[in-house]
Design a protein around this ligand. Structure first.
Ligand SMILES: NC(=O)c1ccc[n+]([C@@H]2O[C@H](COP(=O)([O-])OP(=O)(O)OC[C@H]3O[C@@H](n4cnc5c(N)ncnc54)[C@H](O)[C@@H]3O)[C@@H](O)[C@H]2O)c1
Ligand SMILES: O=C(O)C[C@H](O)C(=O)O
Length: 348
């Protein structure tokens, strides 16, 4: 999909070869301590399972306001090379113990959408949850790479940045809004039109993570079918932008994307650890503190980035856009600016 690594390395699935003793010795990687905050939720549980299967993770900490210990005990019976421990607020210093010395922290804590809601409608509840967790990360794990899943990502990422700035430990290279779900949807949906292998398809998706702020740059696609009509192309763009709504509608009140998001979150975390491990050319898309539109007051923007031992190593230019895509970008920037300001003002 959009992650590329030149170095051949075992994938997450290699950890599934549980019967082979080799699966414990393949890893020429450093051991990583990973915390999931919101680990007992719809995303948290499958995400934690996928992290348990990732040989790069040796110490997995699961924090939630409820049921984290149950999920951790369940996962702890899987014979992969990590320990798993659950933490809930009834234990003294639970968050401190969950976060201490971690390399990567993933945040899927917060409420999901119901039909008819926008991601921004989640702001009132999730902003408070994310800012509280960010304060604890700043205090107990200021070194960690922080991957924010909780919506609205366009605002929750600025909230985390602002909280860390207040604590004097903001590292822009280690804060990520997870937009991988947009990338994997784009790969999947375009492959359905091109009749190709979705694992070989990559679309450059930029902007943010909500509706019109998600911009798939289809003009950069080579080998689009000559027969594709403008209507089909517009429908594809719309489906990538509103893929989240498709799931919310289908789940009919029971939440939003959890399983595809867990896959996306695990894939992103794997890439972050590959970067920390100094693997070459680890390229993913993410919503990060970016110079691209800073001069226009937009401090965060999603584009391709290269990950390295210190986190973000390079932020890629988004490349050439068609006139239609330029128009989409202008609209994206207006919304993004407001979403970012809303997050920043919440903390101020
Ligand atoms: N970035 C993306 O692409 C993407 C994709 C899907 C969902 N999401 C977002 O992820 C979030 C979680 O979705 P879900 O379906 O897993 O929801 P969920 O309700 O199933 O799970 C959320 C979990 O967070 C926990 N939680 C609440 N407050 C907490 C706190 N202060 N500390 C720790 N844990 C806390 C809850 O107990 C629950 O277990 C939502 O905001 C959703 O919109 C983002
Ligand atoms: O759509 C949502 O609310 C969840 C998530 O952001 C998604 O894109 O699926």
């Amino acid at each position: 999909l959009t992650t590329t690594h030149t170095q051949s390395k075992p994938t997450m699935l290699s950890a599934l070869r549980l019967t082979s003793k080799r699966s414990f010795s393949v890893a020429a990687v450093n051991p990583y301590k990973v915390a999931v905050l919101g680990a007992a939720g719809g995303i948290g549980q499958p995400l934690s399972l996928l992290l348990k299967l990732n040989h790069k993770v040796t110490d997995l900490r699961l924090y939630d306001i409820k049921n984290a210990k149950g999920v951790a005990t369940d996962l702890s019976h899987i014979p992969t090379n990590s320990t798993v421990k659950g933490y809930t607020p009834d234990q003294p210093d639970a968050l401190r113990d969950a976060l201490k010395d971690t390399d990567v922290v993933l945040i899927p804590a917060g409420v999901p959408r119901k039909p008819g809601m926008t991601r921004d409608d989640l702001f009132n509840i999730n902003a408070g949850i994310v800012s509280g967790l960010a304060q604890n990360i700043g205090e107990f794990a200021p070194q960690a790479a922080i991957c924010v899943i909780s919506n609205p990502v366009n605002s929750t990422v600025p909230i985390v940045a602002q909280e860390l700035k207040k604590l004097g430990c903001y590292n822009p290279k280690k804060l990520f809004g997870v937009t991988t779900l947009d990338s994997i949807r784009a790969s999947r949906f375009i492959s359905e039109i091109k009749e190709t292998d979705p694992t070989k398809e990559a679309v450059n998706v930029i902007g943010g993570h909500s509706g019109i702020t998600i911009i798939p740059i289809l003009s950069q696609q080579k080998e689009m079918p000559k027969t594709i009509t403008k209507e089909q192309k517009d429908a594809l763009i719309h489906r990538i932008q509103f893929g989240g709504d498709e799931v919310v509608k289908a789940k009919d009140g029971a939440g939003s994307a959890t399983l595809s998001m867990a896959f996306a979150g695990a894939k992103f975390a794997d890439a972050v650890m590959s970067g920390l491990n100094n693997e070459k050319d680890v390229i993913v898309s993410s919503f990060v503190d970016s110079p691209i539109f800073k001069d226009q007051g937009i401090d965060f923007f999603a584009s391709k980035i290269t990950l390295g031992p210190q986190g973000v190593q390079k932020i890629h230019e988004y490349g050439q856009l068609s006139p239609e895509e330029n128009e989409m970008l202008e609209k994206c920037k207006e919304t993004l600016k407001k979403n970012i300001e809303k997050g920043v003002n919440f903390v101020k």
